[in-house]
Design a protein around this ligand. Structure first.
Ligand code: MRU
Length: 351
């Protein structure tokens, strides 16, 4: 694969009458594509992280929603909409934290209501068109984020990133990784520290795969190595994504993000959260109300088919943590860079 970022990976595509995903549970060893033709299988793909990352989950849910409503009876709008809400509720139950899932479904339901006077067959076409628009918008947004954030990157910058926020996690390019792609394309000679991101290793499996494909210099570290690197002055900036951002700037993201923020502050290293506006939830006052996804403890005690802990050992497996806004240097969005106080500035983006 060339280091031409415009040919970056597509984690999800709409193909005539079905969804095609790159199943991320097989990466980096194998590139396995799955064709998905029903809402139940997209629910399973989101739950099992075959498709993952906030924006990509939103796109998958949008297409899955269309698959869920396309065969619905067309007797009356009222009975149709009852079924529509049932399909949305089902998809929302796949994963609790990624706000893009809820954002996309809310947008599709609102679109249906706005066209309630049309034939239901027409409304179904509009739903697919809207799902495709959500996908296309996300690609443009991620590119814009990369171009916007690149200005913050100095030559030879050593950037630490956590989890996967690249093309695999979005429509294309990514959020935090889009900035790295664009800085590399601009010959800024960036080097990347990739925290492996236990327990499902989105860093060492997925981010490292994207960066090596793009010939971007990087090294994988264990999650617990970040503090020592920062303390020894080997990190110039931390770039992470987000699953959910509250109006005050509190951030929900992959478990391990909060300690990175605290360490970066302690070592006076800029800590940026890179997000599309679709991930900022102005209806949520602060991070206390963000649901913490708890996943199967076996994701910790087993790896692939091997037991890496005593069978009787218990494990606690929260998928995300909350970083209070006080630890965040700024947000990088498609509409610009936001410095404290975050709520006031976010409001200007939604006016
Ligand atoms: O559990 P995952 O892999 O879906 O978690 C993903 C993250 O936490 C990402 O940082 C976030 O969704 C932003 S992706 C652009």
């Amino acid at each position: 694969m060339s280091n031409n970022i415009d040919t970056a990976i597509q984690s999800i595509e709409w193909r005539d009458d079905h969804i095609r995903i790159l199943d991320q549970t097989y990466l980096p060893g194998r590139e396995v594509y799955s064709d998905i033709r029903d809402v139940g299988r997209i629910w399973e793909a989101i739950k099992k992280l075959r498709i993952r990352g906030g924006p990509a989950i939103g796109i998958a849910a949008a297409y899955g929603f269309y698959l869920g409503i396309k065969e619905l009876a067309e007797n009356s709008f009222q009975s149709f909409f009852i079924e529509v809400e049932r399909v949305a509720e089902y998809l929302e139950s796949a994963r609790p934290t990624a706000v893009n899932l809820h954002w996309a479904l809310h947008r599709l339901k609102t679109t249906i209501e706005a066209h309630k006077d049309k034939e239901i067959s027409e409304i179904k076409k509009i739903v697919l068109k809207t799902a495709r628009t959500i996908h296309a918008e996300d690609k443009r947004t991620c590119k814009k984020i990369g171009e916007t954030g690149m200005d913050l990157i100095n030559d030879d910058a050593r950037i630490l990133t956590h989890c996967n926020t690249g093309s695999l996690a979005t429509g294309q390019y990514g959020t935090a990784l889009s900035i790295i792609y664009h800085a590399h394309k601009a010959n800024k000679n960036v080097q990347v520290w990739v925290s492996e991101t236990r327990p499902l290793l989105q860093g060492s499996r997925l981010t490292a795969w994207e960066l090596t494909n793009a010939n971007i210099p990087m090294k994988i570290i264990t999650d617990s190595t970040a503090g020592s690197l920062m303390h020894r002055g080997k990190v110039d900036m931390v770039l992470v994504g987000a699953e959910h951002v509250a109006a005050n700037g509190d951030v929900a993201n992959k478990i391990g993000t909060y300690p990175l923020a605290v360490l970066a502050n302690e070592n006076k290293i800029p800590f940026y959260v890179v997000v599309p506006l679709s991930t900022i939830d102005m209806d949520l006052e602060n991070g206390d109300e963000i649901p913490i996804e708890e996943r199967d403890p076996e994701e910790i005690t087993r790896f692939n088919d091997s037991e890496i802990a005593p069978r009787k050992a218990g494990a606690y497996n929260p998928s995300i943590d909350i970083t209070p806004h006080g630890y965040i240097t700024g947000f990088i969005t498609e509409k610009g860079i936001v410095k404290p106080s975050f709520e006031e500035h976010f409001k200007t983006f939604f006016e």
